[in-house]
Design a protein around this ligand. Structure first.
Ligand code: C2O
Length: 550
């Protein structure tokens, strides 16, 4: 591989959407941010220079960061943030991955404006295991607030209430025609007839899972989270925040008498943070230059896709179940066939007491929180990875993250009485090469919502999922250990569970959290420490000299 250099200048930029102008934090003045393009095996060096008042850190979501944990990016987990006027070189090699991922800010809510695609092409002369696309197009979904998102989250955390939902979803930064004052900000994809396009779908929205569809066109899913899957056709794609999905779009053979809308809107199981609006873009056929140059696109019929009802859980479940690793000799699914360590995590919302002399906006004067095994994660003030590497955990973290919830969990459909969480900065320590099985059970406390859990530093295999209580006696018999989907983000279904396996072959400190940003902010997060192995190539190297200090 070669080394690809990028320079990311973090600076302010005025941007107008929905007739509201605000100053946002950007990379190089772009919104959404620039693309990173590399090949499998390449080294990527991104020099990030912070010219704004906010502390910054960037995360390369889904990049495995094998033995390069110092470049992973979550603030106070693998690094202290980059302060005003400072810079940091994120330096990592892309090993064993090709497909679509994305980068985003990993501090507070700055990822609302700081995000962009990562495109990893296969090694030179290695073809895709599907039709060679005529063109490749990133389609990145985001959210837009008319006001500053840092203000929104800071106020929500202070008062303990829920933050306002966004004012619009967008496609490549453009909300599209269904919002007020937005028709001119519509993404348009111009295509030729009879060709195959590779659409690289990325959900960079903060708080919403999305259904996506294109009118009168069937899509073929070929990849999820930068892992090839067994191709399947679908009219609707479900994509949670943190997930990426590559689909093939085969255009019609003849110039159609219509233009087509592509559209996305939320999937939600409960109305808790219900945010029902639709972002749309246009799929337009380039008029053939030989014939009828006089057809005006204005006269063409505009066809809309049929998106499912917002709470169509059976559609969501069926879509997820269709995702299977390609699992060929060239692209094997290396599912751990045995388990060294079992974990059972309950994930969900909860409450914190209201500080004295304060009025809190959570239920019964409490503060909204979220937890894993009843532990709501408190962000440390120095980075976990440094504390671990230099063997100074004292006052930073403790290693007693519980393997199981404090009380045996029993999902009855109604929330349990004790919804208070405990707070702490707790981690799990894993010896090198531990084969981990983790079952995550949604508690459905307070809000019925599925939780897109994202694990840094690894891909995991989604070996099983179901609704109701996970049954350790019966459910493992149904696990798929042959060709399960391999990914970095999985939705824990509302009122259900998901089982994953991964091999802890990457030394470092690895964050795991709900990729709904509000749930992360409320504490639905934890970290795994993976110890060094014995051999030199199983150890985490020391930190780079420009690693930011707290
Ligand atoms: Cu895309 Cu820890 O995040």
């Amino acid at each position: 591989g070669i080394t690809r250099h990028y320079k990311f200048d973090i600076k302010l930029q005025k941007v107008t959407r929905l007739c509201h102008t605000k100053t946002i934090v950007t990379v190089n003045g772009q919104f959404p941010g620039p693309r990173i393009i590399a090949r499998e095996g390449d080294r990527v060096v991104v020099k990030v220079v912070n010219h704004v008042q906010n502390n910054i850190s960037l995360h390369w979501h889904g990049i495995r960061q094998l033995r390069s944990g110092w470049a992973d990016g979550p603030a106070y987990v693998t690094q202290c943030p980059i302060q005003t006027g400072q810079s940091y070189n994120y330096n990592f090699t892309i090993t064993g991955q090709r497909g679509t991922l994305f980068w985003h800010a990993h501090i507070s809510w700055l990822r609302s404006t700081l995000y962009g695609p990562i495109i990893i092409l296969p090694k030179r002369n290695l073809p895709y295991p599907f039709t060679k696309p005529f063109k490749e197009v990133p389609i990145i979904f985001g959210e837009w607030w008319n006001v500053d998102t840092e203000t929104i989250i800071n106020q929500a955390l202070r008062t303990g209430g829920a933050p306002n939902v966004s004012d619009a979803f967008n496609i490549n930064g453009l909300p599209g025609p269904f919002y007020n004052c937005s028709a001119k900000d519509t993404f348009k994809l111009t295509v030729k007839p009879g060709k195959t396009y590779l659409l690289r779908l990325i959900n960079a929205a903060l708080n919403d899972e999305l259904f996506f569809s294109i009118a009168n066109h069937t899509l073929t899913v070929v990849e999820a989270d930068a892992v090839y899957v067994k191709p399947f056709k679908t009219d609707i794609v479900l994509i949670t925040p943190g997930q990426t999905t590559n689909v093939l779009l085969r255009t019609k053979h003849h110039f159609p008498n219509a233009t087509f809308l592509m559209a996305a809107r939320p999937y939600a199981t409960g109305p808790a943070t219900f945010d029902n609006s639709t972002t749309a873009g246009i799929l337009e056929y380039a008029r053939p230059n030989t014939s009828s140059p006089t057809i005006s696109t204005k006269k063409l019929q505009l066809l809309r896709p049929t998106l499912p009802p917002f709470n169509d859980t059976s559609l969501a479940t069926n879509f997820t179940k269709k995702l299977r690793s390609l699992s060929t000799t060239k692209f094997p699914a290396n599912v751990p066939q045995a388990v060294d360590k079992h974990f059972f995590f309950t994930v969900g919302l909860g409450l914190n007491p209201c500080p004295k002399n304060q009025n809190c906006q959570g239920p019964n004067n409490t503060k909204l929180a979220a937890s894993i095994n009843n532990v709501s994660f408190i962000q440390p003030t120095t980075a976990l990875l440094q504390a671990h590497f230099f063997r100074q955990p004292k006052g930073v973290y403790t290693t007693d993250f519980p393997t199981n919830p404090p009380l045996a969990f029993n999902y009855t459909g109604t929330p349990p009485n004790n919804t208070m969480v405990t707070n702490g900065t707790k981690v799990v320590v894993l010896p090198f090469n531990t084969r981990v099985q983790l079952v995550m059970q949604d508690t459905s406390i307070l809000g019925a919502e599925s939780h897109p859990l994202h694990l840094h530093g690894f891909n995991f295999f989604v070996i099983g999922q179901g609704f109701g209580n996970y049954d350790p006696k019966k459910d493992p018999a149904k696990f798929n250990l042959v060709d399960p989907a391999e990914r970095n983000t999985v939705g824990v279904p509302s009122g259900g569970w998901v089982a994953i396996r991964f091999l802890a072959d990457n030394p470092g400190v690895w964050f795991m959290h709900c990729h709904l940003e509000i749930h992360t902010s409320w504490g639905l997060k934890m970290a795994w420490i993976v110890l060094d192995g014995k051999r030199p190539n199983q150890k985490l190297p020391p930190p780079p000299s420009d690693l930011p200090k707290c």
